[in-house]
Write a protein that binds this ligand. Structure first.
Ligand code: HEM
Length: 131
């Protein structure tokens, strides 16, 4: 394995500051871009709590510190998303928003591609309605 491939994505993204910047851009885009309005509408008016939770979760998911689990225990992500109707359109908006955030932050394209595939698996597993 090359050195880059052996380094956890958390480190390659720049540690906590890099992950926080990615999450902040993700939610800023969700607020700004009409293409993500459907996704935005599922979220609370105030996004501060959402930003913190996704930041804590992604730190661990990307191979860094387990902030989310330390605070909330097992993520049970699919169960936690059941209150929101998630189909293909919602999944695809989430992924497009995250891919745009990675691009805008200048994440290495090979890493962004690998992460996009992993995000797809998680987002697809969250679907809980047809269509
Ligand atoms: C598939 C499309 C998705 C939609 C529509 C969606 C939507 C949402 C919404 C509406 C919330 C509640 C926000 C809040 O309470 O402030 C949420 C929470 C959360 N989402 Fe997603 N999400 C999706 C995919 C994902 C993916 C792929 C991940 C992780 C890679 C993720 C991670 C989280 C986390 C960690 C929380 C906080 C859970 C909690 O502790 O309450 N979501 N999501």
């Amino acid at each position: 394995m090359s050195e880059a491939a052996a380094t956890p994505p958390f480190e390659r993204l720049g540690g906590e500051a890099g992950v926080r910047a990615l999450v902040d851009r993700f939610y800023d885009l969700m607020d700004l871009e009409p293409a993500y309005a459907g996704l935005r509408a599922l979220h609370p008016a105030e996004l501060e709590g959402s930003r913190d939770k996704l930041f804590w979760f992604l730190c661990g998911w990307l191979g860094g510190p387990n902030h989310y689990i330390e605070r909330f225990g097992h993520p049970r992500l699919r169960a936690r998303h059941l209150p929101y109707a998630i189909g293909i359109a919602e999944r695809d908006q989430w992924l497009a928003c995250m891919i745009q955030a990675m691009q805008e932050l200048g994440v290495d394209p090979a890493l962004a591609q690998r992460l996009a595939e992993s995000f797809f698996g998680t987002a697809d597993w969250m679907r809980n309605k047809g269509g």
